[in-house]
Design a protein around this ligand. Structure first.
Ligand code: ADP
Ligand code: MG
Length: 676
């Protein structure tokens, strides 16, 4: 395979200079790369329909005889139309082609073809525009469709691939050794390449895909391991003792099985010889904070310092409160560092930290500012990691000497994507909520319901419960988006004059925000009108109603995060999404939220509907582009690939053993123009 990457595309039969340029543009400068230019999709000719029984507006194949060969029709603007008529003895089908003079020679009267495309019906007349077609005698059963570019059609690419496949040696080397293939029941490379391009049947296509996806993910994971190089550097801080059981006695509740498992997995990492590098994914409310606390506890009891970084000041403060309440009885000294800390206090904190008088430092990204020096930083935790860039995670780690690292994230990263992005991390999943949680009832309604909703809120406030109202804007603006300021005023004056109402938004001073959050937490405020600053992590179990205005403005995962602020206590909770949107897709999106509380499913839906761009702006994860394994691929394969990569790496980190050389070539191929 490696030698095919050195063979230029131009050496192929039928590929001249000009066409070679087009192939390069598509990402296939060499014969080897062309083989890895997998079809975008397939046209299935294996089960053709009769014209009458074919589904409408759906891609499908029909078998019919050409009754009238294509006629040329010139229309204005220089367009040329070709119209033909086909018949299958039962009904007729009109065929239309645009600007494609080749069809004149390709479609012959009286011959039978398979046509592939979407059928539309105008009264009783059925029509197919620009179908793909093959004489039925020579029609492949499944036809590859390639991403094309102007001047290079899918058919031409297919022909070039066919030529390339002929060049494959009969004994082809395979990056996956026979042992690996056997272990994971995967087909050989030459079978996979032939069948991914020209499948003999759907089974073979499936086998080919499975193998190529596994291979690609394995290569990706190996590359990430190589970058990380973590398996090679020993940890300066292996944990001697596991003090988890002691920690559990401090907790006001019993840890869930999932929490125990995650803590155990992390402890095993930290007690091994290498720095921990672990991602914990757990839906909102699954209790990640307790996991973080457990690890801090053991790390600190083993003589290290720990740091916990949170994306917002509100969240950092709340963590500091929770954790110092929990840990100070065990003699652990907790410090809080945020950007708004007065200079004198900051200095004091810096000194105490450098002298080892603080055991656990919690804060915002102020933690990575230059004045911060640790005495013996051994454990670094980032909460809600998707808010931080890769560099920030690295910068915090650089405050210590290869400290153990834990990254905690709620849903918005679908697991598959997380594994790709944090491919060098091990994964623990908190797939269980603490007991007694009730499902949050969620409704999507139009603004007409507001009066009823305010009544509903009033009823809950009278029972002593609290409510969040989320608005997209801070100030009134000329669009009709709800704003925190105006909304608060109306509630106070008109809608809920008998409730205690306050506003909260990102433009307020940190002290002000803190005091409002504290008042809300202690029940002095009934209704908190806020922007999405409450989105991450905030924990007020007595809040049971959330009303989200202009719900169409948010991604599903973000709504799910927001909704996660309620349903944290023993009382039933309700989330109401208000939207005036009439857009069908928007309404369908909001429905997803009403029908499930599974954050992973929601994140996947979100990804399907809005694409990965919403999770990570312009590829800031900076991974190489994958050719076949996509974001939606089953995480099982990814996990398998990851474990396999780790095993290979432990045995042969330079991939120099004969059975790994093929893999090494593929790693270099995938990562050739990749910068971290
Ligand atoms: P998240 O995973 O969203 O960060 P938190 O750590 O904020 O979740 O926990 C949510 C709430 O659940 C907190 O009030 C916390 O005290 C509580 N909690 C966590 N673990 C348990 C448990 N095992 N049993 C009961 N309550 C728990
Ligand atoms: Mg949290």
């Amino acid at each position: 395979m490696a030698s095919l990457y050195r063979q230029e595309i131009q050496t192929l039969k039928g590929v001249g200079k000009r066409r070679a340029e087009l192939f390069r543009k598509l990402g296939a400068p060499s014969v080897g790369a062309l083989l890895r230019l997998y079809p975008r999709t397939y046209e299935d000719f294996s089960h053709p329909f009769s014209i009458r029984s074919a589904p409408l507006e759906t891609d499908c194949a029909v078998r019919a005889v050409v009754e009238q060969a294509p006629r040329e029709i010139r229309i204005h603007g220089g367009m040329v139309l070709y119209k033909a008529l086909a018949d299958d003895g039962e009904s007729t089908l009109k065929l239309t082609f645009f600007n494609n003079r080749y069809v004149k020679n390709l479609l012959r009267q009286g011959e039978e073809y398979l046509f592939y495309g979407k059928i539309t019906a105008h009264f009783l007349k059925r029509e197919m525009a620009s179908p793909e077609f093959y004489p039925s005698a020579v029609c492949p059963s499944i036809l590859p469709i390639y991403r094309q570019t102007s001047g290079l059609s899918s058919r031409m690419i297919g022909n070039a691939v066919r030529e390339t496949l002929k060049l494959l040696p009969s004994q082809m080397s395979d990056p996956l050794s026979p042992t690996l293939r056997k272990e994971h029941s995967l087909c050989k490379l030459d079978f996979a390449l032939k069948n991914i391009h020209f499948p003999t049947d759907s089974e073979s296509l499936k086998a080919a895909r499975e193998r190529l996806i596994f291979e690609e993910l394995l290569v990706l994971q190996l590359g990430l391991l190589e970058m990380g190089g973590r398996t090679r550097t020993k940890s300066p801080f292996p944990l001697q003792n596991d003090d988890t059981e002691e920690f559990y006695r401090l907790l006001p509740f019993c840890p869930t099985e999932a929490q125990r498992r995650a803590i155990q997995e992390a402890m095993t990492d930290m007690r091994g010889g290498f720095p921990m590098n672990r991602l914990i994914q757990g839906d909102v409310g699954s209790g990640k904070t307790a996991v973080a606390a457990a690890l801090c506890y053991s790390a600190i009891k083993n003589g290290m310092q720990a740091a916990l970084m949170a994306p917002t000041e509100i969240l950092a403060r709340q963590h500091a409160q929770t954790l110092s309440a929990l840990l100070s009885s065990a003699g652990i000294r907790v410090g809080l560092l945020t950007g708004s800390l007065p200079l004198a206090e900051k200095r004091k904190l810096h000194d105490a930290l450098a002298n080892g008088e603080i055991d656990l430092l919690i804060g915002t990204h102020a933690l990575i500012s230059s004045g911060v020096t640790f005495y013996r930083l051994g454990l670094v935790i980032t909460d809600e990691q998707h808010r931080f860039g890769v560099e920030q995670r690295a910068a915090l780690a650089a405050k210590g000497n290869r400290p153990h690292m834990l990254v905690m994230s709620a849903t918005p990263i679908p697991r598959t994507l997380a594994l790709m992005i944090y491919g060098d991390l091990d994964l623990s999943i908190l797939d269980e909520l603490p007991p007694g949680r009730q499902e949050i009832k969620t409704y999507a309604v139009t603004p007409n319901y507001r009066p009823r909703i305010f009544e509903f809120i009033r009823k809950h406030v009278k029972k002593g419960q609290q409510c969040y109202i989320i608005c997209p804007m801070i100030d009134e603006s000329d669009n009709d988006m709800a704003s925190v300021q105006t909304y608060t005023k109306r509630l106070q004056e008109k809608w809920l004059p008998d409730c205690r109402i306050s506003a909260l938004h990102g433009r307020m001073k940190a002290k002000e925000k803190e005091s409002i959050m504290n008042q809300f937490a202690s029940g002095e405020i009934d209704v908190l009108v806020s922007t999405t600053v409450v989105e991450v992590g905030v924990d007020v179990p007595n809040a049971t109603v959330m009303l989200i205005e202009n719900a169409e403005r948010y991604g599903l995962s973000q709504l799910h995060q927001l909704r996660g602020r309620i349903g944290r206590g023993k009382d039933a909770s309700t989330c109401i999404l208000i939207s005036a949107s009439k857009n069908q897709q928007t309404l369908a999106r909001l429905k997803v939220l009403c029908s499930t509380s599974d954050g992973f499913r929601i994140a996947d839906e979100d990804l399907k509907l809005r694409g990965p761009g919403d999770f990570f702006g312009n590829r800031q994860h900076g991974l190489p582009t994958l050719k076949i394994a996509d974001m939606m691929t089953d995480m099982e394969v990814l996990k398998k690939a990851q474990t396999t990569a780790q095993a290979i790496f432990r045995m042969d980190s330079s991939l120099s053993m004969p059975e790994h050389r093929g893999l090494r070539a593929e790693v270099h191929q995938l990562f050739q123009d990749w910068t971290y």
